[in-house]
Design a protein around this ligand. Structure first.
Ligand code: ATP
Length: 561
């Protein structure tokens, strides 16, 4: 059921309009009154037409009403649209800030499609609904003005018209409520269908190579999804059409009743009957805008409820040090990054849980130390917990037990941000931004590092500070990621299977020259790697198995540098 007192849309407009709200409401009222007065002057003109002819003052009054109505109507519809647009954009900005502030683990758990849809869809609808709301409100005022005039013509006739209209509205609102009840499932079905389409786009390469995959995706996901979405939408549209056609028919019916029934029933004079008819005609047309506005409001409420749900979910999982940034709707000051000397992990436990809180996998590290200038490799089978360990080490996952100690100081939630900024992490799914984000780097310095990565002929910095291209091979992308990582000039480098995409020549260069060079210049490197033929360059090699370090985290298995 559509409930206006809990309407997020109205709340959004009220909050955003602030002090301008009462002015808008007054202008809306005045606009409706002017519209009504314009109708009166038309009526007056009609009367004068059959007597002595149209008077100039009637014409002037008509023009004044018309002009006032035009300016007021333009103001309320234009401003309300701007206010709604600003409101929805600020809300999205707030959600984007909150999205940035949640922990990585919570981010990985989020339904990304839902977040994306909530953030991107429906903006135009909200703006259009704001415009429609103002137009509808002004129209309703005009209807009241017209009704007041009707009362002066015939009280009984007006009561009859009210009764007719009341019955029509009651039936119409019942239909609208059933439209609202079906709107949620219909939009949900649309979202499911969109998710299937995303599978199609993102997996197109695999689908092109494997017909059964395509058949399966279309046969069991896309086509059933489309059918469900279409069926649900057809039901909504069917109800909507029922509402609109009923109302359109009822309009005519009311006019018919006034013309054919009221004169005999109430002994109305012909001129009173025609006045009632004209007023009714002017009043019923605006009611149609109400007919199309109410289903639109249902859609808007659904969209805004999605936004509110996403925001509430993010609110529950914001990291503590981000709170200040969220409150200012933007960014708190950069943290002061400590000098790295050494760090320790003690009695660390970290577990993944499913939605029912069942433990899926976990790592357990009794003691781990990393010293400035060290080159440490971590090996181990797939799924043994290496990447998870790296994320815990970098402070991206908060351990459920144990402590992280940096330079003999325990890291708590509150200094976690400064701690994280010690690290440059190149994960397996490194995202390349379109420009070297957050790096104050000259084109010459970038070119130098690109040359070290041997991609200087492939990519360069354009005049507007962007990378000339990101259409690179997998290995080239990783080299560019590495270049960005080096330019960050952080104290500790964490590499997760960075070399997996490198050719043999660059791989040798990476292990035997680049990594030792980083440590020679005072950097510290911890690299996850399966390339055991290069393990001799490391100071220590640790092996993970089932979430533990085999032989402990302090005992090197193969490193011999
Ligand atoms: N976000 C997650 N939620 C739940 N379980 C996860 C999550 N990420 C990883 N896991 C599980 O944790 C285990 C260890 O994963 P991890 O990525 O740390 O392994 P890895 O040693 O880096 O493996 P690989 O060598 O294949 O990259 C795996 O069994 C994986 O299924």
């Amino acid at each position: 059921m559509l409930q206006l007192n809990n309407s997020l849309f109205l709340k959004l407009l009220r909050t955003q309009a602030g002090a301008e709200g009462p002015r808008l409401a007054a202008a809306c009222l005045a606009s409706g009154v002017m519209q009504g007065l314009a109708v009166f002057t038309v009526l007056q003109g009609l009367e004068q037409l059959s007597d002595e002819g149209i008077q100039f003052h009637t014409f002037l009054a008509f023009l004044i009403c018309l002009g006032s109505f035009y300016f007021l109507f333009r103001y309320i519809t234009g401003r309300s649209a701007q206010i709604a647009l600003r409101g929805i954009m600020e809300w999205r900005m707030r959600i984007a800030t909150k999205l940035r502030s949640i922990s990585l683990l919570e981010y990985e758990r989020l339904d990304k499609n839902r977040v994306q849809t909530a953030l991107l869809d429906g903006r135009e609808l909200v703006v259009e609904a704001a415009r429609m709301l103002m137009a509808t409100a002004a129209n309703i005022v005009m209807i009241f003005v017209a009704c007041a005039k009707m009362l002066t013509v015939s009280v009984q006739g007006t009561i009859c018209v009210f009764l007719f209209m009341g019955v029509g509205l009651w039936v119409f609102l019942r239909i609208v409520n059933s439209v609202h009840a079906h709107m949620g499932p219909a939009m949900q079905a649309d979202q499911n269908f969109s998710a299937s389409l995303r599978d199609l786009q993102e997996g197109l390469q695999q689908l092109k190579l494997h017909k059964p995959k395509t058949t399966d995706l279309f046969g069991n996901q896309i086509i059933p999804g489309l059918n469900t979405a279409s069926d649900a939408r057809e039901m909504v549209e069917g109800k909507h059409a029922l509402g609109i056609s009923f109302f359109a028919m009822f309009n005519l019916l009311i006019l018919g009743l006034i013309l054919f029934l009221l004169p005999g029933l109430l002994d109305l004079a012909p001129e009173d009957t025609s006045t009632l008819l004209v007023l009714c005609m002017f009043s019923l047309t605006p009611l149609i805008s109400l007919v199309s506005f109410v289903p639109m409001l249902s859609k808007v409420e659904f969209n805004l409820n999605e936004l509110a749900d996403v925001e509430a979910r993010l609110d529950n999982v914001a990291e503590r040090f981000e709170e200040q940034g969220v409150q200012t709707r933007w960014q708190h000051a950069d943290p002061v990054i400590p000098q790295f000397s050494h760090l320790q992990l003690r009695d660390i436990r970290f577990d993944y849980h499913d939605r029912n809180d069942m433990r899926l996998f976990g790592i357990s590290v009794d003691e781990f130390t990393l010293n400035k200038g060290e080159l440490v490799f971590i090996g181990g089978g797939n799924g043994s917990g290496k990447s998870t360990f790296m994320k815990v080490l970098a402070g991206l996952y908060t351990p459920h037990a144990g402590e992280i100690i940096l330079n003999d100081t325990r890291i708590a939630d509150i200094n976690m941000e400064a701690y994280r900024n010690l690290f440059t992490v190149v994960p397996t799914d490194y995202h390349l931004f379109s420009r070297p984000l957050g790096l104050h780097v000259t084109p010459e310095r970038l070119q130098e590092v690109l040359a070290t990565m041997r991609i200087e002929t492939k990519v360069h910095l354009t005049e507007d500070g962007r990378f000339s291209t990101l259409d690179l091979s997998a290995g080239q992308r990783k080299r560019l990621a590495l270049a960005c990582a080096l330019l960050e000039e952080r104290d500790v480098y964490l590499f997760d299977e960075v070399a997996a995409d490198f050719d043999p020549v660059f791989r040798r260069f990476f292990y035997e020259e680049l990594l030792p060079d980083i440590t020679r210049r005072g950097g510290t490197v911890l690299a996850i790697s399966h390339d055991d033929r290069f393990f001799h360059v490391a100071d220590r090699v640790l092996t993970m198995q089932d979430g533990f370090f085999r032989n402990g985290a302090q005992n090197s298995e193969e490193g011999t540098r």
